[in-house]
Structures are given as C-alpha cells and as structure tokens.
Design a binder for this molecule. Sequence first.
Ligand SMILES: [Zn+2]
Length: 504
Amino acid sequence: MKKIYFVSLLCLSQLGWAQENSAVKYAELITTSDLKENLSILASDALEGRKTGTRGQKMAAAFISNYFSELGLTAPVNGSHYMPIDLYSVTPADIYLKAATQRYSNFSEIIYLGSADSGGEISTEVVFAGKGTEADYANLDVKDKAVAVQIGSLSFGIMAGLRKVSALARDKGAKMIFYIPASTADEFKTFAAQMQGYLSSGNLSLNKPDATSPNKGAFFITQAIAEKLFKTTTPKLNAASAAEPTKKALAKIKPATISYQVAMNIKNVKSENILGYMEGTDKKDELVVITAHFDHIGKNATGGADVINNGADDDGSGTVSVLQMAKAFTHAKKEGKGPRRSILFMTVTGEEQGLFGSEYYSEHPTFPLANTVVDINIDMIGRRDPEHKGKPDYVYVIGADKLSSELHEINERNNKEHEKLDFDYLYNDENHPTNLYKRSDHWNFAKKGIPIVFFFDGIHEDYHQVSDEIGKIEFDLLAKRAKTAFYTAWEVANRDARLVVDKK
Ligand SMILES: [Zn+2]
C-alpha cells in the first residue's frame, strides 16, 4: 500500500518536473556564504553609509557593476552598467527676516521651509489671518501680500497638515506665509536646531529647483516676532483668531511691513543606477525587473564613536539578494535553462531621499515599460522586527495583489512549495498609516500600471541607525527570503502567458 502510494506521488510530481527541478537547483546557489561575503563589503565602514552622490555610494556602484560584468550580464546603457542621474542638492544660504527694525537669521527665531530662492530682499505687507481657514479670509484682502497664520506646536508631524493651510493662502493670492506656532521660545529653538541639522545636509531633488521663485516656501516665526510685528500680545492674537467671523476681529489687527531674503545654494550631485541585463529566449521582448536600492543615509554629522550608518539591512540585504539572484539565473542560462523572458537586475540610487533612482528609470526606461511585466523589489529582508521575535520565519509581502491576481497566486504557491515563510500582509493595506505600498522603489513601477511585489522585514530598532550592522543580519533567514523572491521571479520569467493585469 505504502509503496503504491509512493509511486503514484512520484508520477504526479513528475508533471512539470523539468522546470521545478531547475528552479530548486538554481535557487540553492543563493547561499548564506555568498550573501555574507558581498554584504561584508557593501556594509563595511569603508563605504561610509553609501549616501547618494558620495564616495561610498560610488564605491558600492563600482562593486556592483564589476559583479554584473563578471557574471557576464549585458551592460544595457550604451555599453555600460551605469545609468547616470543628475540630482540637485539644495542647502540654505543667507536667509533672514527683518521685522520691526530687527533682523533675524535662519534657524534662530525663524525657520525657512522650502527650496526656492527669493532672488534678493523682498519687502511686503503682512496680514494676520488667524488660523488661516476659509472663514478667516472672508474679511481680509491678502492678494499679493504675505499672511501670518497661527498653527499648533512645532513637530515634524505637523508638516503634512500645513499643506492645506498653505494651499488655501496661495489660493487667496498670498505670496508668502508666516506660520506662528503655539510653541515656547525654547521649544522653537530646539526644533530650529533639528531642522538645521536636517536641511543643512542638503535636500536632494530630481529636477533642478527654480533658481528664483519669490512666491514659494514659508517661514516659521516665534510668537515674540509676531507680537512685535503686530504691536500686540499673543493672548490678543489668540482672541482675534477665536472670535466669531462676524465680529471682524482679524481685520482689526493692523497689517505690518516685513522684509525677507531667501538665498539657496544649489549643487549638482551626480549619481547612478547600476543595471545588469540578461536576454531571454523565446519571450525576450518581455522584461522582468528585479530591484533593490544600494544607497543609504551616510554618516551622522555628530555623534559618538560610531557615526556610520552601515545600512546592512537597509538595503544592503536587498542589494546582495539581487546579486545572488543574478548569479543563480546566470548559472541557469549557462546550462541552457536561461529565462524565457529577459531580466533586468537593477540596483537603484537615491531611494532614501525620495525614490529618485527608480523614478528616473521609470521616466527614462532602458526597456519599454509597455513590455515590462513585473517589478520584484526587495528593501530590507535580513532582520526580524519586534513583532516576530521568537516566531516562525516570515516576510512582509506588499503589493502583490494590487494589480495582478496572478502575481499574488504565483507568489503564494511558490512559497508554500519551497521556503514556507509566514507571509505577513499587515502592510499590504493601502490605508495602513505607514503607507509602505508607496514607500520604496516598486511604487515607481506600480504607478505606471506594472504589477509589483515588495518583500520587507518590518521596522526594527536599528532602522536608520548606526547600529544597522552586518553582525545583526540573520543570514539563514535572508537566504530563505531571497530564494522566495527568486522562485517568484523564475515562474514569472518562464511561464507561458504574461502576467495578467486584472485589477484597477
Ligand atoms: Zn530602504
């Protein structure tokens, strides 16, 4: 009985034997020792945290490019693995405000928010507009003037909410906005120092900022400046803000004159994506893209003995996984088992500061996006988050079901057959506050209608810290997750039909 059962099982499993067998054989080439060897280079202190445009990032680029060359992958960008990208770094220069005969410089009692240069000193009338709501503007003329608006206490969290206030002010014709936060002088000072640290390291952008845009940006000013400006007290300003609109209390606050200058330094920063291409066989016009970002956040400006953010997990782990997947597919191809569809192995730059590398590729694709069937993106797969400590091996899967029901099914089935990870879909919810579906490079493919799957290990205690070191990587788990991505890539690259796009 047992024997017969065994034989019949064998027969069943022989269906699709050739393909399955190959996938397993090549997946096994993704080894912990290779992952460790490559990560020990990418996450070493010598690479200084791989910040976009810096020496360390360029060392990583050279290493990856060499790796692709040695594998024999095609260099698809005019014969190079490098896809050059021009970025712009904007840092605040001479920024000041003159109010009521006093001059305030940036990051003291004022903070300028934005990247637009005013093109010299500007003098303007400033109108107190309460909380800056629609009703507040009813009895005010702010066209071509500046407005001063009261807001809540300072924190990085309030920034998003200010967009609405600013849009309404602009809509009413205001050309500059002065936010008056409900923060004490000390709180303001602390926040100004944080902002200075953050903005002085250079805010990157993909498009060259307008050289002069006097009507962009906004200032935070202290309550003390507002008091001097409007020759009144904060309680009185508060009362005017809180009064019934019919009382026209805001219109009774006399407008003041204010002058300001915003000068910015704009520097060109050169960076690059690194691409390795493998041509497919009978379906070579269709393309599978496998991505991970190889940049990270560099060195801390100040700190203790260790100032280097090694980014072993973020996203050294994804980068070495892409390299090992490239190696596995290369071996398959050498043995006549190369993928039917072409594969682009792409490690991208500029992720940490705005997904710039993948955005650039999606706007200047080396291969037509219309023929691109999937992006498999890996960003952090070498660690375990606090929620999964002491639990079975897992990975967060994000986005697989958003555009293609087939991609979700393929990913699920291959995992059940092979690595058997717990797939955690917590962050797959588009309404999850972390918004992870839009927070790594796959998003630049998804927004063009290309199905994506994103593998991720969660937010752990060393996220964006100098302690994101290689010693904390779980290499067995990293290999399992990389193999899981590999099996999905293998099936999508080799199946008869192109992945269906049947959602949205
Ligand atoms: Zn990352």
